[in-house]
Write a new protein. Structure first.
Length: 234
């Protein structure tokens, strides 16, 4: 079944990840999706365009490579890190480490800021750019504590999205940029945590998020949504 009412063009940034790959597959199966271009840091597939969030040149090159095939009605950003080579999310203040902060913010905040810079201009007049954030980045909703770098990097991402939406509204009043929380999803990112046991397949999360995105109206731009369409507090 098609997601949208008329033919559309899409980009999936982070198409090598669990959620990104599920987005890509769903869009490739949609008869009304005229074009869907995957972008990722690593892939052994020839049609993937290389993009490294710690390298602005690679981001601007990727945007330039796809520009002539746009503008795009749907730009999905499914990149992010929670843990990495030799690090796990902090449990307490004493665990805070500059290298971990930098790596987490590079992937979750600074890189996406550059994605906004180079890809917002490629959104079609009524298009939407949806960046995956996380509910644990909601300041109001924070109760459990811990995960300092990840929470803060996603809270800062949310601010970038909100601010970009204000600028976008002046240029393209019908276009949108939103933050979206996928719920707990089976992936490399969630695998080491207890929540992983309750996690659902990326295919289902992608389907739910696409249904939420498809139902957005221009006035929803700059908001933070859960996969099921629920509005989340900042
Ligand atoms: N899974 C969950 O339960 C959950 C819950 C809340 C929010 N989220 C968010 O959902 C998003 C997708 O996560 P996922 O669960 O699908 O995890 P995943 O399978 O680990 O995918 C993460 C993606 O981010 C890419 N990436 C990381 N650092 C990058 C960098 N420096 N440059 C370019 N690409 C980079 C990875 O590329 P490589 O393949 O090259 O490593 C991969 O494509 C993230 O923003 C995450 O915070 C996930």
């Amino acid at each position: 079944m098609s997601l949208f009412q008329s033919p559309y063009k899409a980009l999936v940034i982070g198409a090598s990840g669990s959620i990104g790959a599920a987005f890509l597959k769903r869009l490739q199966e949609d008869p009304l999706c005229e074009t869907v271009i995957p972008l990722a840091r690593t892939s052994n597939q020839a049609d993937f365009i290389s993009i490294h969030l710690d390298d602005e040149d690679s981001i601007s090159r990727a945007a330039l490579t796809v520009k002539d095939q746009g503008p795009f009605d749907l730009i999905l950003v499914a990149t992010g890190v929670l843990h990495g080579d030799g690090f796990m999310p902090e449990k307490r203040l004493a665990d805070i480490d500059m290298k971990v902060l930098q790596e987490t913010f590079t992937a979750n905040t600074f890189g996406p800021a550059l994605l906004l810079k180079h890809f917002v201009p490629l959104i079609s007049a009524r298009g939407v750019m949806a960046l995956i954030s996380a509910k644990v980045g909601s300041i109001e909703d924070t109760r459990l504590g811990g995960w300092y770098s990840y929470r803060a990097s996603k809270a800062a991402l949310n601010m970038l999205i909100k601010t970009a939406s204000i600028e976008l509204r002046r240029q393209k009043p019908e276009a949108m940029v939103v933050a979206i929380h996928p719920g707990t999803v089976i992936s490399n990112l969630s695998q080491p945590f207890a929540g992983g046991a309750n996690a659902r397949p990326a295919k289902i999360a992608a389907e739910e998020m696409l249904a939420t995105i498809q139902a957005l109206e221009a006035e929803d731009s700059g908001q933070f949504f859960a996969y099921d369409g629920q509005l989340l507090p900042w």
